[in-house]
Design a protein around this ligand. Structure first.
Ligand code: ADP
Ligand code: ASP
Ligand code: MG
Length: 403
């Protein structure tokens, strides 16, 4: 029998009514003849609430203890969903990440999956059960409980799909697919029916929350087909791109086609004139990950995402202590990205975007490119205006429709 993995995000299991609705959707999938594995996130804002609780106790909560705390969120929803499925006459069993065989490295708070040993999941599927798994968590080879970084339930679902040889992995959320921009910010955003792994990965890394970047990387490596869909949508039909987004290997689009705009608000921009090797070594010692690195021996610019940085106070104090004014931390910037294959074949797009930002009184502080992306660092207070402006510039004005 074919296996389907479905992941339901926090808003989809935010209360008991929604958990029942998810249970019904799971039962329909089982009824369609599939073996079903369900991955759940913590209910609603539970993870944020737990983090806030930790911050009340400690300004710099220890990473190991945070993982012990945060994993509790997904444990609640897995048990409740399993009970709800049983109420509907289904036979379900719930497992934590550790019980499902999600083995990670030992980097607490943003651990990476190194192996999946899904024996218990397979045994229960063979008994005809629906298996419900707590997302976002695993266990290190040292038997420590770990979490996979914010949004990590998507990664659990994709990794489990790969380990089980699932037919597809459905990521169910409050939005019916991946849009050309966050539909909450850009009313004119459109759903994109089909996306390549590379396009999706760039959008996710640039801040499009709907799919987690590490999950897409995993899917690309293992060739897992992802269907991003709304929890309220029907089960995928003959053409799942008609009412959702299909992410898989696709032939490249016409070079220069912009597929979307994404942004990241919660970032720090590090600018340093201290010896680069010393600053990077300091950041590694404190497990601070960075991106968009530009460096020479004595000058460094780096973007640090704050979403998995829970000891910011300690890190900033340490930087000031060690490097003084040679390291500056800029906290009022946001990153705005335009994504599409081949968009930097010439400098036309970068010139067009920068001119539009200048004209709107949002002069970018920096701009960086990769083969799939242009990223401008702009005033955080104007970030959403800038997202709308880039969407208008690249996707509304005389832009060819994205298929
Ligand atoms: P879940 O809890 O289901 O994992 P998330 O909150 O992580 O859901 O992601 C869904 C949200 O992502 C949507 O509500 C939407 O506002 C936001 N989002 C940001 N960028 C995009 C995009 N390009 N397409 C669709 N949704 C996006
Ligand atoms: N509950 C975790 C978070 O809020 C993981 C997830 O939702 O994917 O980040
Ligand atoms: Mg998510």
């Amino acid at each position: 029998m074919s296996i389907v993995v479905q992941k339901y995000g926090g808003s989809s299991v935010a209360d008991v009514t929604r958990i029942r609705q998810v249970a019904e959707r799971v039962m329909r999938t089982k009824g369609a003849g599939y073996d079903v594995v369900v991955v759940v996130s913590a209910m609603g804002d539970t993870t944020d609430d737990l983090l806030a609780l930790a911050k009340q106790v400690s300004a710099n909560p220890e990473r190991r203890e945070l993982d012990m705390l945060l994993t509790a969120g997904e444990r609640i929803s897995m048990a409740l969903l399993s009970m709800a499925i049983r109420e509907l006459g289904g036979d379900a069993i719930s497992f934590t990440g550790s019980q499902s065989g999600i083995i990670t490295n030992d980097r607490h708070v943003d651990a990476r999956i190194i192996e999946v040993r899904p024996f218990r999941v397979q045994d229960e599927l063979a008994r005809g059960k629906i298996v419900v798994i707590a997302g976002y968590q695993g266990v290190s080879y040292r038997r420590e409980v770990t979490t996979l970084g914010r949004g990590g339930s998507d990664t659990t679902a994709v990794a489990m799909s790969a380990a089980l040889g699932a037919e597809y992995c459905e990521i169910c959320s409050d939005v019916d697919g991946v849009y050309t921009a966050d539909p909450r910010v850009v009313p004119a955003a459109r759903r994109v029916g089909t996306l390549s792994y590379e396009e999706t990965q760039e959008l996710a890394e640039a801040g499009a929350k709907v799919l987690n970047a590490q999950a897409v990387e995993f899917a690309k490596d293992k060739g897992i087909v992802i269907y991003a869909r709304a929890t309220t949508s029907p089960l995928p039909g003959a053409d799942p791109s008609a009412d959702g987004t299909v992410v898989r290997r696709y032939p490249p689009r016409m070079p220069g086609t912009v597929v979307g705009v994404a942004s990241e608000r919660d970032i720090l921009l590090l600018e340093s004139s201290a010896p680069t090797a010393d600053v990077l070594s300091f950041l590694d010692t404190h497990n601070v990950a960075g991106k968009q690195l530009h460096a020479s021996r004595d000058a460094l610019s780096l973007v640090v995402s704050r979403e998995n940085l829970h000891e910011e106070a300690r890190v900033r104090a340490g930087l000031a202590d060690r490097f003084g004014t040679r390291v500056r931390v800029v906290a009022d910037c946001g990153a705005l990205s335009v994504v599409g294959a081949g968009i930097n074949a010439s400098f036309e797009n970068i010139r067009r975007g920068t001119a539009a930002l200048d004209h709107a009184g949002i002069p970018p502080r920096q701009v960086a490119t990769s083969s799939f992306r242009i990223t401008w660092m702009v005033d955080q207070a104007r970030l959403e205006d800038a997202v709308r402006l880039m969407h208008e510039t690249f996707l509304e004005r005389a832009a060819p429709p994205v298929p």
